[in-house]
Design a protein around this ligand. Structure first.
Ligand SMILES: Cc1cc2nc3c(=O)[nH]c(=O)nc-3n(C[C@H](O)[C@H](O)[C@H](O)COP(=O)(O)OP(=O)(O)OC[C@H]3O[C@@H](n4cnc5c(N)ncnc54)[C@H](O)[C@@H]3O)c2cc1C
Length: 361
């Protein structure tokens, strides 16, 4: 939508518009909004989770841009949960592993879906944006591939229209890659850590926010074991938690450990986690009465196409934004709820940067 202020835009997706990882994001989006919090603390928590491999300048920029981008979402109609404090309304901030403060904005436990719905709704109103669904991007068109002697750059993409089974050529000076293994040049890919783990049931990711709201990890003997692995206990960052669960499972021979939040009031759990509550029930587990069996689960890919903080790759004209990109924000391990934030901030910055470059040119 920001790009459409500068020209016409095609949003290409291999499936339907709402069918994305974004729609699965439950926990929320990290942003400093409270007086008890600060940019410094968010930066510090991100750097600590990244285990020395983050790019501090990128971390700082993204953390400090966050409030303005959250306001963009609020302006588009995303109603983050609020609560009443001393007679005024403020964001109801969630806490998640690795965060030293409550700073996760959320819409119950369906944050990604709500953000995406608001964006798709607004997209539908934009005269210069076409949403091409069931269009699979199959390759980039680059000057080098076409055999031009001039400096290499991205010139467009080939897409397979799955409605007609025909391949179409889309010509564009600016391509923003939002998910796809690199087909341009091997060196674009920066491999940091292929994936990290959080916790899930066999077929379902259980949001980190459950630990944030007081969920305790217990082993098969009912013992709260996390303090043996990290002083933060069940609120340690997810890579530490995942390794601890793995060790505990191997040591006991059990098939899983348990996430126990049964000491919270039923009404609170049903209101804060309606989606997780219903999903657990479908698996035969009432999380208000019994602990949820969990194991470590592949969840996110750290690393990706190397970019600067504006999402620009080293191939002119090609941007990589979101989980596919590697700005340096996450390092060895992404801090919870920093992914939606990265996509949101870097997308906006890429537009500022690309339009500034055009003006200069
Ligand atoms: C269960 C779960 C819970 C999560 N919870 C959180 C959370 O609480 N907070 C947080 O910050 N992060 C969370 N994450 C991570 C976060 O959701 C993702 O990292 C983020 O949404 C990625 O956004 P994206 O735009 O990069 O990719 P996506 O939202 O997946 O969008 C990629 C798009 O590209 C399309 N596409 C892919 N390949 C092609 C192709 N070849 N041609 C055409 N289109 C293509 C896809 O169809 C899709 O539309 C969670 C992830 C999961 C799976």
């Amino acid at each position: 939508m920001k790009a459409a202020k500068h020209g016409s835009v095609a949003v290409i997706t291999k499936r339907k518009g709402p069918d994305t990882n974004t729609a699965w994001a439950q926990g929320g989006i990290a942003c400093v909004t409270s007086d008890e919090d600060s940019f410094e603390l968010h930066v510090r928590d991100t750097l600590e989770a990244g285990a020395g491999l983050c790019d501090e300048n990128v971390v700082r920029t993204i953390v400090m841009e966050a409030p303005a981008r959250i306001q963009d979402l609020v302006g588009l109609g995303v109603h983050f949960d609020e609560r009443e404090v001393s007679g005024h309304r403020e964001f109801d901030l969630g806490r998640e592993g690795g965060h030293s403060k409550r700073r996760v904005l959320h819409v119950q436990d369906v944050t990604g879906k709500e953000i995406e719905n608001a964006l798709l709704k607004e997209l539908g109103r934009q005269p210069h944006v076409d949403l091409l669904e069931n269009h699979m991007a199959v390759d980039l068109i680059t000057a080098a591939k076409l055999g031009f002697a001039a400096e290499d750059r991205c010139l467009g993409i080939y897409v397979l229209d799955e409605n007609t089974s025909g391949v179409e050529t889309i010509r564009s000076d600016r391509i923003a890659w939002a998910e796809l293994a690199s087909r341009a040049r091997g060196f674009l890919w920066e491999n940091a850590f292929d994936r990290q783990h959080c916790i899930g049931m066999e077929e379902y990711d259980v949001s980190e926010a459950v630990r944030g709201e007081g969920g305790i990890l217990r082993n098969n003997r009912g013992k709260d074991f996390m303090k043996r692995y990290d002083p933060r206990g069940s609120l340690a960052p997810r890579d530490i938690v995942a390794r601890a669960i793995d060790a505990e499972i191997k040591r006991s021979g059990a098939q899983c450990v348990f996430l126990d939040i049964t000491d919270k009031p039923v009404e609170f759990l049903r209101e804060r986690f309606p989606n997780i509550y219903e999903t657990c029930l479908r698996f035969g587990i009432d999380m208000t009465k019994q602990p949820i069996p969990v194991v470590p689960a592949a969840h996110y890919q750290c690393g990706g196409i190397k970019t600067d903080v504006n999402g620009a790759t080293d191939l002119p004209g090609l941007y990589a934004i979101g989980e596919v990109g590697c700005t340096g924000l996450h390092g060895a391990n992404r801090l919870a709820s920093n992914s939606l934030l990265e996509g949101l901030v870097v997308a906006a910055m890429s537009i500022f940067a690309a339009s500034a470059r055009d003006v200069l040119a």
